[in-house]
Ligand binder design. Structure first.
Ligand code: P1T
Length: 384
């Protein structure tokens, strides 16, 4: 199906033909833990729902199609997907990590997996010479986000993949911030794509989930074994919620991007704002690369208001439409303070973020209403 249809069509149809048993147009929620066997080992392809479930199969097939991947695996959360992928790395091996990633990802690397003998170091993935120097003979995996959480830095997926492959390492791209609508890392040379489906893919802040997509058949076999052996799988209802969200992914992303572009421009012109991070702004250091690598610039914007942390705290509590909350990618707009929320767990590490930073997940409401909300909060935040 991947070869036949365009992205928007795949979001609605890939892996989701009308149910052959009943004709139901929507994929059924197979709310079952187990499946009957007509003789020992004789069944219709499913034995037990940790191993496989038809609603999960539909989601895995659809996500693989959207990333242009041969294989897709769904997990109970983005962190579960990341943890499972990292089990491909053996004790003694090294993982090179971008110097700006989700705080929970770095916490897993630094405070859980290090204890199992993996080593991690960080590098600015936008600096290819630094990446080249940081690769070691024992580097097994390069881990990057682009755009990054929370600074929206952009990395050249094709160039980093080439460097990593020259050193015998594979590349995993966490594509949560962009979504496959904006960029498809496997086509650019990455080996694995990871998602928190909690975010743009689900799109409605009503489910937690994760996924790994790859063309590497050997790795997929191992990951599928791990998915079943470790067991961090999503339930059928959660798979169905992500499938339903996916159907409007393209429409939502178009509006997220259009709204974010207007908000970034508004903030860049605002006298109370010190700096704005958004790859869609022509002055942003990642702009040229993002324009080449992505279809549009995404729905995430971060900025620092004049006055630092005290003002940031007033602004994030001063909006009415933007809800003060962790997470992102839902239809509703969210605002947060990374230093004390999503990135609090890395406060004492190399990834610590500026306490003045404010992060926006721009929703699909009317841009004028969102701008008025921010204008009011920035007025309230201004030091007397
Ligand atoms: O929350 P979970 O579904 O387990 O996904 C973790 C995760 C992975 N990768 C990225 C880029 C993420 O942003 C996240 C989760 N992030 C938030 C909850 C947040 O507010 O940034």
């Amino acid at each position: 199906m991947e070869d036949e249809y365009r992205f928007e069509t795949l979001t609605i149809h890939a892996g989701q033909p009308p149910d052959p048993a009943t004709g139901a147009v929507m994929t059924p929620i197979y709310q079952t833990s187990t499946y009957v066997q007509t003789d020992v080992g004789v069944h219709k392809g499913y034995e037990y729902s940790r191993t496989g479930n038809p609603t999960r199969t539909a989601l895995e097939t659809c996500l693989a199609a959207l990333e242009g991947a041969d294989f897709g695996l769904a997990f109970a959360s983005g962190m579960a997907a990341i943890d499972t992928l990292l089990r491909l790395v053996s004790p003694g091996q090294h993982v090179l990590v971008g110097d700006d990633v989700y705080g929970g990802t770095y916490r897993l690397f630094d405070r859980v997996l290090r204890d199992y003998g993996l080593s991690f170091s960080t590098v600015d993935m936008a600096d290819l010479e630094a990446v080249s120097r940081a690769l070691r003979p024992e580097t097994r995996l390069v881990w990057l986000e682009t755009p990054t959480n929370p600074l929206l830095k952009v990395a050249d997926i094709a160039a980093v993949s080439e460097l990593a492959h020259d050193h015998g390492a594979q590349v995993a791209v966490d594509n949560t911030f962009a979504s496959p609508f904006l960029q498809q890392p496997l086509a650019l040379g990455a080996d694995f794509v990871v998602h928190s489906t909690t975010k743009y893919l689900g799109g409605h802040s009503d489910v937690v989930g994760g996924a790994i997509l790859t063309d590497d058949g050997d790795a997929c076999q191992r990951l599928k074994f791990l998915q079943n052996a470790v067991g961090a799988v999503p339930g059928p209802m959660d798979c169905w919620l992500v499938l339903r969200g996916l159907k409007t992914l393209a429409l939502r992303m178009e509006r997220h991007c259009a709204n974010a572009r207007r908000i970034a421009a508004f903030l860049a012109d605002h006298p109370a704002v010190e700096r704005v991070h958004y790859p869609g702004l022509p002055a942003d250091p990642g702009h040229a690369l993002a324009a080449r690598q992505m279809r549009d610039f995404g729905g995430m914007v971060s900025f620092v208001a004049k006055g630092g942390e005290a003002v940031a705290r007033r602004v994030v509590t001063g909006t009415r439409l933007f809800a003060l909350a962790e997470s992102l990618g839902g239809v509703e707009s969210l605002i947060e303070h990374p230093a004390s929320m999503t990135h609090a767990s890395v406060a004492d590490s190399a990834l610590a973020v500026d306490p003045g930073l404010i992060r926006l997940s721009v929703g699909v409401e009317h841009a004028d209403d969102l701008i008025a909300d921010l204008a009011r909060a920035l007025g309230r935040g201004a030091p007397e």
